[in-house]
Structures are given as structure tokens and as C-alpha cells.
Design a protein around this ligand. Sequence first.
Ligand SMILES: [Zn+2]
Length: 334
Amino acid sequence: MVPMLRRNLLNGLMTAGTLAGLPRTQLPGAARTTGGIVLEGPAPGQPHKGKVLLALQAHSDDIPLMASGTVAKLIEEGYTGYLVRATNDDMGDAPGLGTAGTIGENVLGNERDNARIADVLGCKRHFDLNYNNHRMAGVSLNELICRLIFLIRLLKVDTVVCWDPWAHDEENPDHYTLARAVEAACWMAGRAHDYPEHFAAGLEPKTVRDKYYFARRPEITRVVDISKQIDKKVEANRANVAKGPAGRLGSRLRDELAERNQRLPLLGDDDATADRNYIREFVMVSSRELGRQYGVEYAEAFHYVAPGASGADRDARVETYVTEHAVPLTKPPK
Ligand SMILES: [Zn+2]
């Protein structure tokens, strides 16, 4: 992402304000509705134990900025999490945002940052697909789909978090290419005839059940309360040192001010405090604004695709009908 686009992103999330003020109904468990939008709150215990989450990003800053609170929340609530980064981030970031460097330095810096992000969010493991930054429009879509199908089957993925393949205002080819491939892979991974060599190698078909899609201008169907995970979201963004817009900008600003014999109380007395407080104040503004609209402290917005909504699943209406109408099978007397 680049700085101007990030600002557009914030504006996009602000438009969610049009949804504020709608009636809210308390539902049992973790979800409440605001109009037609589900507000996913904290779930007690570990209701997702045994399930697998795959968080996919094109670049090292995508998940931290857009969905790291939700990834951390789902892992805390029982998911086993994995992080995929599709590019090698070799184009770095806009001047002044991340760490200035050569293409090679960008690759190494982001590789290290991304590994740290996976740790901060509690992921069991991460995978770098190593495509060139800004060049994914030229990647074979079938190759990318196949790699993702392999990972979905290998890890037995139940839920994905990724860019929305159907969103508007997306300019970055890495974002929409990855998103399109993820959408196809979630469906195809569950089929019995695609890539039979996977089955020969011991894998089985695996259908992804639900999807949390994020976007610059999201079609919001679910808002996740990440108030409890905000410290992890701040840390995930603090790990984006090679890329901005978080990383070490706080301590850098603190140093600049000191050279002018000035200080900001916000930035505290040490570099880590300066970075954390800078991120919380300036980078978390969209999460805070969105949360305010939904009556929580911090939130993230998604186009959520529920189980049963995709073509890979058995029609949810059939499942409902069976649940409501099935009766015991009466065996004929012998
Ligand atoms: Zn990106």
C-alpha cells in the first residue's frame, strides 16, 4: 500500500458511519446485529478449538493494518493460525514511511518483519510465496490457485482472512490477484477431482467454510470487536519496520523533535513507548472510529462469507430441512 491509498482506506472505513445508529439487537453468544450487520464480539472460552485459520496477505503490512485484531482474536478463541505472504515486498514503501533501502534490503527487512508479525499474532507457522512486489498481475492464476489449494488441503483450513476479490477501489494488482486466487482455491480445494496428485501424496479434499474479506471500500456484513486485541494489533504494526506506516515512525518523530529541543508527551521517554503510542494514536484511528460507530473501543470491518453461502457447500436449506424434519428410521419387523 502507499500513503495516499492508506488515507483513502481510512475514508472508506469512515463511510461505515452511514451504518451507525441502526437498531442493535442482543443475540446469544458472541454476535449481535446492527441493522443487517453482525457485530462479532469476544467469545468466552475457545469455541474455535480444532479449527484452522489461514490469514493471507500480499504484503507484510496488509494483515497488520486491515485484520490483525481479528486474526489475533480468532487464534485466542481457539483457531490454529497460519500466515501466508504472497510477495517478497521488494518494492519497499513510499519515501519516509518505512525504512529506506535497496531492493535486496527491502526483501530481507520485510521477510524478518513478516516472521515477527506471525509470532505476534500467535500463528503456528508462516509461508512466503515469494512473488515479486507489484508484479502479481503477471503471475499464472492457475499456479497461484494450485499452491493455495495445496496449502488449504495440507493445513485443513476452515476459515480464511484475505483481501476481498469483489471489492471496489482496489488499485494494487497484488491484492486483487491474490484475492481472486484465494476465492477459487477455497472452492476447488474441496473437490474430489482437482489435482489428484495431491491425494496420491496423502492429502484429502478440504472445503473452506467461511471467509473474512477486507477491503479499502468494504461491503460490510460483519464488524469484529477487537478492543481486547488492540495491543496485539499495535505490536503487529510496530513489527512493520521495513514498511510503514507504523514501524518506528514514533521514535523517529521523537528524535526529530529532540533535535529541535521539543518533545511530545504522547511519545514518552523511550523508543518502544514512542512507537507504540504513535501507532495507537495515528495508525489505529480507523479501527477506533469504526469501533465508536458500533459502541466498542476498536473494530475491524469485513465482507464476511458465511458457511453455506458458497457453492462448495451443500445447500444450507437442505441441512436445515434435515434438522427440522428427519425422523427415526423404523426397521420392518423380522
Ligand atoms: Zn498491500
